[in-house]
Design a protein around this ligand. Structure first.
Ligand code: NAG
Length: 184
Protein backbone atom coordinates (compact mmCIF):
# COMPACT_ATOMS: atom_id res chain seq x y z
CA UNK A 1 0.00 0.00 0.00
CA UNK A 2 2.78 2.39 1.00
CA UNK A 3 4.67 1.36 -2.13
CA UNK A 4 1.70 2.03 -4.39
CA UNK A 5 1.21 5.40 -2.72
CA UNK A 6 4.84 6.46 -3.20
CA UNK A 7 4.73 5.20 -6.81
CA UNK A 8 1.72 7.34 -7.59
CA UNK A 9 3.37 10.30 -5.83
CA UNK A 10 6.43 9.81 -8.02
CA UNK A 11 4.18 9.63 -11.07
CA UNK A 12 2.37 12.80 -10.01
CA UNK A 13 5.71 14.50 -9.47
CA UNK A 14 6.94 13.56 -12.97
CA UNK A 15 3.61 14.67 -14.43
CA UNK A 16 3.84 18.08 -12.74
CA UNK A 17 7.45 18.56 -13.82
CA UNK A 18 6.45 17.75 -17.42
CA UNK A 19 3.60 20.27 -17.36
CA UNK A 20 5.85 22.90 -15.89
CA UNK A 21 8.55 22.31 -18.48
CA UNK A 22 5.94 22.49 -21.25
CA UNK A 23 4.61 25.83 -20.01
CA UNK A 24 8.14 27.13 -19.69
CA UNK A 25 8.85 26.13 -23.31
CA UNK A 26 5.74 27.83 -24.56
CA UNK A 27 6.63 31.05 -22.78
CA UNK A 28 10.06 31.06 -24.36
CA UNK A 29 8.97 30.27 -27.91
CA UNK A 30 8.02 33.77 -29.18
CA UNK A 31 11.46 35.19 -28.39
CA UNK A 32 13.20 32.17 -29.93
CA UNK A 33 11.54 32.92 -33.28
CA UNK A 34 12.94 36.47 -33.45
CA UNK A 35 16.13 36.74 -35.44
CA UNK A 36 18.21 39.86 -35.03
CA UNK A 37 19.68 41.32 -38.20
CA UNK A 38 21.98 44.18 -39.06
CA UNK A 39 21.17 46.71 -41.77
CA UNK A 40 23.31 49.46 -43.22
CA UNK A 41 21.79 52.52 -44.90
CA UNK A 42 23.38 55.49 -46.59
CA UNK A 43 21.41 58.59 -47.49
CA UNK A 44 21.73 62.36 -47.66
CA UNK A 45 20.11 64.80 -45.24
CA UNK A 46 19.12 68.18 -46.71
CA UNK A 47 18.94 71.04 -44.23
CA UNK A 48 17.45 74.03 -46.05
CA UNK A 49 17.44 77.33 -44.12
CA UNK A 50 17.25 79.78 -47.00
CA UNK A 51 14.85 80.38 -49.85
CA UNK A 52 11.08 80.26 -49.93
CA UNK A 53 10.61 76.75 -48.57
CA UNK A 54 13.01 76.24 -45.68
CA UNK A 55 12.89 72.79 -44.05
CA UNK A 56 14.70 74.02 -40.92
CA UNK A 57 13.18 76.87 -38.93
CA UNK A 58 14.29 78.72 -35.84
CA UNK A 59 11.81 78.07 -33.02
CA UNK A 60 13.60 79.37 -29.92
CA UNK A 61 16.73 81.05 -28.65
CA UNK A 62 18.13 82.60 -25.49
CA UNK A 63 18.61 86.37 -25.04
CA UNK A 64 22.37 85.68 -25.16
CA UNK A 65 22.26 83.50 -28.33
CA UNK A 66 23.03 86.39 -30.70
CA UNK A 67 26.23 87.28 -28.84
CA UNK A 68 27.30 83.66 -28.31
CA UNK A 69 30.16 82.61 -30.64
CA UNK A 70 28.56 79.13 -30.80
CA UNK A 71 24.89 80.21 -31.03
CA UNK A 72 24.35 78.60 -27.63
CA UNK A 73 20.62 78.31 -26.87
CA UNK A 74 19.32 78.27 -30.44
CA UNK A 75 16.72 75.60 -31.25
CA UNK A 76 15.77 74.62 -34.82
CA UNK A 77 12.82 72.45 -35.87
CA UNK A 78 13.43 70.36 -38.98
CA UNK A 79 11.52 68.41 -41.61
CA UNK A 80 14.53 67.63 -43.81
CA UNK A 81 14.44 65.47 -46.93
CA UNK A 82 16.46 62.23 -46.92
CA UNK A 83 17.54 61.28 -50.43
CA UNK A 84 19.43 58.43 -52.07
CA UNK A 85 22.07 60.71 -53.56
CA UNK A 86 23.58 64.07 -52.63
CA UNK A 87 21.55 65.98 -55.25
CA UNK A 88 18.36 67.48 -53.78
CA UNK A 89 16.48 66.08 -56.80
CA UNK A 90 17.55 62.46 -56.22
CA UNK A 91 15.08 59.84 -54.98
CA UNK A 92 13.30 60.78 -51.74
CA UNK A 93 13.73 57.98 -49.18
CA UNK A 94 12.15 59.69 -46.20
CA UNK A 95 12.30 62.73 -43.95
CA UNK A 96 14.27 63.64 -40.85
CA UNK A 97 11.78 65.20 -38.46
CA UNK A 98 12.66 66.63 -35.09
CA UNK A 99 15.00 69.28 -33.84
CA UNK A 100 18.55 70.26 -33.27
CA UNK A 101 19.70 72.60 -30.56
CA UNK A 102 22.97 74.46 -30.05
CA UNK A 103 24.04 72.90 -26.78
CA UNK A 104 27.70 73.84 -26.40
CA UNK A 105 29.29 77.09 -25.18
CA UNK A 106 32.83 76.09 -26.18
CA UNK A 107 32.41 74.85 -29.75
CA UNK A 108 29.75 74.21 -32.38
CA UNK A 109 28.08 71.24 -30.69
CA UNK A 110 24.48 70.30 -31.45
CA UNK A 111 22.04 68.08 -29.65
CA UNK A 112 20.22 66.11 -32.36
CA UNK A 113 16.80 64.62 -31.58
CA UNK A 114 15.13 63.37 -34.73
CA UNK A 115 13.17 60.56 -36.30
CA UNK A 116 14.02 59.24 -39.75
CA UNK A 117 10.59 58.50 -41.25
CA UNK A 118 10.99 56.34 -44.34
CA UNK A 119 8.57 56.39 -47.30
CA UNK A 120 9.99 53.88 -49.80
CA UNK A 121 9.27 50.21 -50.41
CA UNK A 122 9.08 47.88 -47.44
CA UNK A 123 10.42 50.58 -45.11
CA UNK A 124 7.49 52.91 -45.87
CA UNK A 125 6.00 53.89 -42.48
CA UNK A 126 8.93 52.60 -40.40
CA UNK A 127 11.08 54.96 -38.36
CA UNK A 128 14.52 55.16 -36.74
CA UNK A 129 15.08 57.48 -33.77
CA UNK A 130 18.37 59.31 -33.33
CA UNK A 131 19.47 61.17 -30.25
CA UNK A 132 23.03 62.32 -29.88
CA UNK A 133 25.75 64.92 -29.94
CA UNK A 134 26.83 66.46 -33.22
CA UNK A 135 29.99 68.62 -33.23
CA UNK A 136 29.20 69.86 -36.75
CA UNK A 137 32.71 70.91 -37.77
CA UNK A 138 34.22 67.49 -36.99
CA UNK A 139 34.75 65.40 -40.10
CA UNK A 140 32.77 62.45 -38.73
CA UNK A 141 30.13 62.74 -36.02
CA UNK A 142 28.65 59.64 -34.43
CA UNK A 143 25.20 59.55 -32.88
CA UNK A 144 23.32 56.68 -31.25
CA UNK A 145 20.25 55.05 -32.76
CA UNK A 146 18.06 54.76 -29.69
CA UNK A 147 15.03 52.98 -31.12
CA UNK A 148 12.63 52.52 -33.99
CA UNK A 149 9.21 51.43 -35.13
CA UNK A 150 7.75 49.08 -37.74
CA UNK A 151 10.58 47.09 -39.33
CA UNK A 152 12.95 48.82 -36.90
CA UNK A 153 11.31 47.69 -33.67
CA UNK A 154 13.92 47.22 -30.92
CA UNK A 155 16.44 49.08 -33.10
CA UNK A 156 19.81 50.03 -31.72
CA UNK A 157 22.95 51.12 -33.50
CA UNK A 158 24.72 54.23 -34.61
CA UNK A 159 24.71 56.88 -37.30
CA UNK A 160 27.79 58.58 -38.73
CA UNK A 161 27.36 62.01 -40.28
CA UNK A 162 29.79 63.61 -42.76
CA UNK A 163 29.14 67.04 -44.23
CA UNK A 164 28.88 66.80 -48.01
CA UNK A 165 28.41 70.52 -48.61
CA UNK A 166 27.75 73.63 -46.55
CA UNK A 167 26.72 77.02 -47.90
CA UNK A 168 28.15 79.65 -45.56
CA UNK A 169 25.80 82.33 -46.88
CA UNK A 170 22.45 80.57 -46.59
CA UNK A 171 23.45 78.02 -43.93
CA UNK A 172 22.09 75.21 -46.14
CA UNK A 173 23.83 71.89 -45.55
CA UNK A 174 23.83 68.49 -47.23
CA UNK A 175 25.08 65.78 -44.89
CA UNK A 176 25.82 62.13 -45.68
CA UNK A 177 24.42 59.76 -43.06
CA UNK A 178 25.60 56.19 -42.69
CA UNK A 179 23.34 54.28 -40.34
CA UNK A 180 24.10 50.83 -38.95
CA UNK A 181 21.18 49.35 -37.10
CA UNK A 182 20.43 46.04 -35.36
CA UNK A 183 16.75 45.11 -35.49
CA UNK A 184 14.40 42.14 -35.99
C1 NAG B 1 3.60 54.73 -48.25
O1 NAG B 1 2.50 54.55 -47.37
C2 NAG B 1 1.50 55.54 -47.53
C3 NAG B 1 0.48 55.35 -46.43
O2 NAG B 1 0.16 54.00 -46.25
C4 NAG B 1 0.91 55.45 -48.94
O3 NAG B 1 -0.09 56.43 -49.12
C5 NAG B 1 2.03 55.64 -49.95
O4 NAG B 1 1.53 55.48 -51.26
C6 NAG B 1 3.15 54.67 -49.70
N1 NAG B 1 4.28 55.01 -50.56
C7 NAG B 1 4.98 54.10 -51.25
C8 NAG B 1 6.08 54.64 -52.09
O5 NAG B 1 4.75 52.91 -51.20
Amino acid sequence: MALIFSKSLAFLFCFLVTIHAKNFDQQKKPTMKLKEKMSHFRFYWHDVLGGRNPTAVRVAQAPSTNTSPTAFGLVMMIDDALTAGPEPTSELLGRAQGLYAFASQQEWGLLMAMNFAFVQGKYNGSTISIMGRNPVFDEVREMPVIGGSGLFRFARGYAQARTHSFDLKSGDAIVEYNVVVMHY
